[in-house]
Design a protein around this ligand. Structure first.
Ligand SMILES: [Ca+2]
Ligand SMILES: [Ca+2]
Ligand SMILES: [Ca+2]
Ligand SMILES: [Ca+2]
Length: 443
């Protein structure tokens, strides 16, 4: 549904066209056990002590796992800046992003808008210099495992994808970005990641999705021809990447953490190329968790095919850039997941979002979706505050609790961790869901 005019949220500055660095050869993904060894050495210690969850959630019972998603705005304007910022402990925004994660203490967290840097350099700097250091009295949080891999953002396509007559710039990259890896993502975990079984879908081509809602150039009679055949032969569905990251909680069935960050459905024209891509980026996981025939068209970057099996547990997470009621989505894109027979929507809420909608006014006053479920504080002319960030477990997993970390202005942490525009950390709020995972032997 399209209930507001197509305007640009303030957060993504479509700045002057920057020169794109040429990306180097395809790089490999990185997952890293913390210290040396197979990664089992530290577990007894971690589980025995824990750090104490702020919500009565502890490590004594590893069957209950807190999954989170957080668009932390840890992207920067040029390659190298994030590494420079994270190389010291003094970056205020990174410290506040880390404190947000420490206060909510997820066991597994996806961080969106985290520039990709080869060899996990940025991921390790944020972990070691910020997450592992107590911020403003919050307890440090220990993530022995993480996963990062390349992103399509800022990687030059060599084609004029936005049809403005010129090749180059962020809009002609495989995903919007002014340098390779800008707006990437990273997964941190307290539990081992089955590195060998991670699947990435960075290079899956949009045209290979049956019934893809490809955009049309209205000035020609041919349908669905915004992108030429030559462009469709290289056009990747994922604006960043899609990763299936299996999390291995000891004694429990693996949980497939399905993460992505579909493009905002804006920054385009009446052809709605970004709205349509957003829709199909969300559809990818809907088909993937359906499995069977519906997922048979899917192939990963290693050539493996198909989706999840019937008995496999999962949690879909990420900034989906799609609200079920308001904003600019193409054809109710997020309902593909929220109404999916295998997906559970825990409907996380916050009091801060309700306060923000009232305080901000504007488009928020005409929204039909519940303000309590908003997760992003966008510009209030349009689109207003939206539910954009999701943690959606399989229906097979029991949900114990959930929330959006969005305290009200009465909370002493509000000015530092939430605030009002311009935000001290991010325009998005962290969302977490506690699920009870399945026993390892269950079939
Ligand atoms: Ca162009
Ligand atoms: Ca046409
Ligand atoms: Ca707002
Ligand atoms: Ca809203």
């Amino acid at each position: 549904m399209r209930t507001s005019p197509r305007t640009r949220p303030a957060r993504l500055a479509l700045a002057a066209v920057a020169t794109l660095a040429v990306t180097t050869a395809a790089s490999t993904a990185v997952t890293v056990p913390a210290a040396a060894g197979a990664g089992s050495g530290g577990h007894g210690h971690r589980h025995g002590h824990g750090h104490g969850h702020g919500h009565g959630h502890g490590h004594a019972n590893p069957s209950e796992v807190r999954f989170a998603t957080f668009n932390a705005s840890l992207n920067r304007n040029a390659a190298g800046q994030l590494v420079a910022d994270l190389s010291t402990t003094g970056n205020a925004q990174a410290a506040r992003a880390a404190e947000t994660i420490q206060r909510t203490d997820p066991d597994v967290v996806l961080v969106n808008e985290f520039d990709f840097v080869e060899d996990g350099v940025a991921a390790e700097l944020f972990r070691d210099n910020y997450l592992a250091v107590g911020q403003n009295g919050a307890a440090p949080v220990d993530y022995p495992y993480y996963y990062v891999a390349p992103s399509n953002t800022g990687v030059p396509s060599g084609f004029d994808l936005n049809n403005n007559g010129v090749v180059g710039g962020g809009d002609d990259a495989f995903g919007f970005g002014v340098f390779p890896g800008q707006y990437g993502m990273v997964v941190y975990s307290k539990y081992p990641i089955a590195t060998d079984e991670v699947r990435t879908f960075q290079e899956f081509l949009w045209k290979d999705m049956p019934g893809a809602v490809l955009p049309d150039d209205a000035t020609t009679p041919e349908p669905a021809d915004w992108y030429s055949e030559e462009e469709l032969d290289v056009f990747r569905l994922s604006s960043k990447s899609h990763w299936d990251v299996p999390i291995e909680v000891p004694g429990r069935k693996p949980v497939h953490f399905l993460v992505s960050h579909p493009t905002p459905p804006t920054f385009d024209g009446t052809e709605d190329r970004n709205g349509r891509r957003n829709h199909d980026e969300i559809r990818f996981w809907a088909d993937y968790v359906a499995g069977g025939k519906r997922a048979s068209y899917i192939y990963d970057d290693e050539g493996g095919t198909g989706g999840l099996g019937r008995g496999q547990d999962f949690v879909v997470a990420g900034d989906q850039n799609a609200d079920p009621f308001d904003g600019d989505s193409y054809d109710d894109a997020i309902l593909q997941l929220l109404d999916h027979p295998r997906v559970r929507d825990p409907h996380p809420t916050s009091a801060g979002a309700v306060e923000a909608a009232t305080r901000d006014g504007g488009a928020n006053l005409t929204h039909t979706g519940p303000a309590a479920e908003d997760t992003a504080d966008f510009a209030d002319g349009a689109p207003g505050n939206l539910r954009a960030d999701y943690v959606l477990p399989s229906k097979r997993l029991a949900v114990r609790d959930s929330a959006v970390y969005w305290p009200t202005s009465a909370d002493p942490l509000f000015p530092r961790l939430v605030g009002t525009f311009p935000f001290p950390v991010s325009d998005h709020r962290l969302v977490w869901v506690d699920v009870r995972t399945g026993r390892a032997h269950r079939r």
